[in-house]
Write a protein that binds this ligand. Structure first.
Ligand code: ZN
Length: 153
Protein backbone atom coordinates (compact mmCIF):
# COMPACT_ATOMS: atom_id res chain seq x y z
CA UNK A 1 0.00 0.00 0.00
CA UNK A 2 1.48 3.32 -1.08
CA UNK A 3 0.87 6.48 0.92
CA UNK A 4 0.71 9.20 -1.67
CA UNK A 5 -1.17 12.03 0.02
CA UNK A 6 -1.04 14.27 3.04
CA UNK A 7 -3.56 13.48 5.77
CA UNK A 8 -5.62 16.60 4.93
CA UNK A 9 -5.93 15.45 1.37
CA UNK A 10 -6.83 11.98 2.61
CA UNK A 11 -9.61 13.35 4.79
CA UNK A 12 -11.06 15.39 1.93
CA UNK A 13 -10.94 12.32 -0.27
CA UNK A 14 -12.72 10.18 2.33
CA UNK A 15 -15.46 12.81 2.50
CA UNK A 16 -15.75 12.83 -1.28
CA UNK A 17 -15.99 9.03 -1.32
CA UNK A 18 -18.68 9.05 1.36
CA UNK A 19 -20.67 11.64 -0.57
CA UNK A 20 -20.48 9.92 -3.97
CA UNK A 21 -21.37 6.49 -2.58
CA UNK A 22 -24.28 7.74 -0.49
CA UNK A 23 -25.63 9.86 -3.32
CA UNK A 24 -25.80 6.67 -5.41
CA UNK A 25 -27.39 4.73 -2.53
CA UNK A 26 -30.04 7.43 -2.10
CA UNK A 27 -30.82 7.77 -5.80
CA UNK A 28 -29.26 11.23 -6.13
CA UNK A 29 -26.54 10.06 -8.53
CA UNK A 30 -26.51 7.36 -11.19
CA UNK A 31 -24.36 4.28 -10.66
CA UNK A 32 -22.82 4.81 -14.13
CA UNK A 33 -21.78 8.30 -13.09
CA UNK A 34 -20.25 6.94 -9.87
CA UNK A 35 -18.45 4.21 -11.80
CA UNK A 36 -17.01 6.90 -14.09
CA UNK A 37 -15.75 8.83 -11.05
CA UNK A 38 -14.25 5.64 -9.63
CA UNK A 39 -12.60 4.71 -12.93
CA UNK A 40 -10.85 8.09 -13.10
CA UNK A 41 -9.04 7.52 -9.77
CA UNK A 42 -5.54 6.09 -9.31
CA UNK A 43 -5.44 2.40 -8.42
CA UNK A 44 -4.31 3.23 -4.88
CA UNK A 45 -7.37 5.43 -4.43
CA UNK A 46 -9.62 2.82 -6.02
CA UNK A 47 -8.37 0.33 -3.42
CA UNK A 48 -9.11 2.88 -0.71
CA UNK A 49 -12.64 3.39 -2.01
CA UNK A 50 -13.31 -0.35 -2.13
CA UNK A 51 -12.13 -0.65 1.47
CA UNK A 52 -14.24 2.33 2.55
CA UNK A 53 -17.41 1.02 0.89
CA UNK A 54 -16.75 -2.40 2.42
CA UNK A 55 -16.85 -0.64 5.80
CA UNK A 56 -20.13 1.09 4.94
CA UNK A 57 -21.65 -2.20 3.79
CA UNK A 58 -20.65 -3.98 6.99
CA UNK A 59 -22.04 -1.09 9.07
CA UNK A 60 -25.32 -1.38 7.17
CA UNK A 61 -25.33 -5.17 7.82
CA UNK A 62 -25.38 -6.14 4.17
CA UNK A 63 -26.43 -9.77 3.70
CA UNK A 64 -25.91 -12.26 0.88
CA UNK A 65 -29.54 -11.59 -0.14
CA UNK A 66 -28.79 -7.86 -0.38
CA UNK A 67 -25.78 -8.81 -2.46
CA UNK A 68 -27.93 -10.78 -4.91
CA UNK A 69 -30.35 -7.86 -5.35
CA UNK A 70 -27.38 -5.53 -5.74
CA UNK A 71 -25.77 -7.70 -8.41
CA UNK A 72 -29.04 -7.71 -10.38
CA UNK A 73 -29.05 -3.89 -10.33
CA UNK A 74 -25.33 -3.42 -10.89
CA UNK A 75 -25.10 -4.31 -14.58
CA UNK A 76 -22.30 -6.75 -13.71
CA UNK A 77 -22.57 -10.40 -14.79
CA UNK A 78 -23.55 -12.71 -11.89
CA UNK A 79 -20.58 -14.93 -12.80
CA UNK A 80 -17.99 -12.15 -12.39
CA UNK A 81 -15.72 -12.64 -9.36
CA UNK A 82 -17.03 -9.64 -7.38
CA UNK A 83 -20.63 -10.82 -7.95
CA UNK A 84 -19.83 -14.30 -6.72
CA UNK A 85 -18.05 -12.91 -3.64
CA UNK A 86 -20.85 -10.60 -2.57
CA UNK A 87 -23.48 -13.36 -2.87
CA UNK A 88 -21.63 -15.67 -0.48
CA UNK A 89 -23.19 -16.12 2.93
CA UNK A 90 -21.76 -14.19 4.68
CA UNK A 91 -20.52 -11.96 1.82
CA UNK A 92 -16.80 -12.11 1.12
CA UNK A 93 -15.18 -8.70 1.19
CA UNK A 94 -11.63 -8.97 -0.14
CA UNK A 95 -12.38 -6.84 -3.20
CA UNK A 96 -9.16 -4.84 -3.05
CA UNK A 97 -7.33 -8.16 -3.44
CA UNK A 98 -8.91 -8.80 -6.85
CA UNK A 99 -6.96 -8.10 -10.06
CA UNK A 100 -7.06 -4.38 -10.95
CA UNK A 101 -9.15 -5.15 -14.03
CA UNK A 102 -12.04 -6.18 -11.78
CA UNK A 103 -12.08 -3.07 -9.58
CA UNK A 104 -14.79 -1.19 -11.48
CA UNK A 105 -17.07 -4.22 -11.39
CA UNK A 106 -16.30 -4.64 -7.69
CA UNK A 107 -17.27 -0.99 -7.11
CA UNK A 108 -20.56 -1.39 -9.00
CA UNK A 109 -21.51 -4.58 -7.16
CA UNK A 110 -20.42 -3.37 -3.74
CA UNK A 111 -22.17 0.02 -3.95
CA UNK A 112 -25.33 -1.67 -5.25
CA UNK A 113 -25.37 -4.19 -2.39
CA UNK A 114 -24.68 -1.44 0.13
CA UNK A 115 -27.56 0.59 -1.35
CA UNK A 116 -29.99 -2.27 -0.71
CA UNK A 117 -28.85 -2.72 2.91
CA UNK A 118 -28.74 1.03 3.57
CA UNK A 119 -32.24 1.59 2.15
CA UNK A 120 -33.53 -0.96 4.66
CA UNK A 121 -31.69 0.78 7.49
CA UNK A 122 -33.04 4.20 6.49
CA UNK A 123 -36.58 2.81 6.31
CA UNK A 124 -36.55 0.87 9.57
CA UNK A 125 -34.34 2.89 11.87
CA UNK A 126 -33.76 6.36 10.49
CA UNK A 127 -37.22 7.28 9.18
CA UNK A 128 -35.97 10.56 7.77
CA UNK A 129 -35.11 11.83 11.24
CA UNK A 130 -31.62 10.58 11.99
CA UNK A 131 -28.40 12.50 12.56
CA UNK A 132 -26.24 10.38 10.24
CA UNK A 133 -24.46 13.03 8.18
CA UNK A 134 -24.45 10.68 5.18
CA UNK A 135 -28.25 10.32 5.35
CA UNK A 136 -28.71 14.09 5.38
CA UNK A 137 -26.73 15.05 2.32
CA UNK A 138 -28.59 18.24 1.46
CA UNK A 139 -28.26 19.39 5.07
CA UNK A 140 -24.59 18.44 5.02
CA UNK A 141 -24.10 20.53 1.88
CA UNK A 142 -25.40 23.59 3.74
CA UNK A 143 -22.94 23.11 6.60
CA UNK A 144 -19.76 22.24 4.77
CA UNK A 145 -16.98 21.45 7.18
CA UNK A 146 -19.29 20.26 9.96
CA UNK A 147 -17.96 17.06 11.50
CA UNK A 148 -19.77 13.96 10.28
CA UNK A 149 -20.82 12.76 13.69
CA UNK A 150 -23.86 10.73 14.61
CA UNK A 151 -24.87 8.03 17.05
CA UNK A 152 -23.85 5.25 14.69
CA UNK A 153 -20.86 6.95 13.07
ZN1 ZN B 1 -29.55 7.44 9.25
Amino acid sequence: MVTETSSDDGRAFRRETERVVNEIAQGLRRLDDGAGWFGSLSLVRQQGVLQAVTGYAMQAHMTAADGRVGVARSGVKPTANPSVMICMDPPRYGFAGLPFGEYVNAFRVLVSGFAVADARRRERYCKGACTHAWHNLSAAARTVGAPGTGPCA
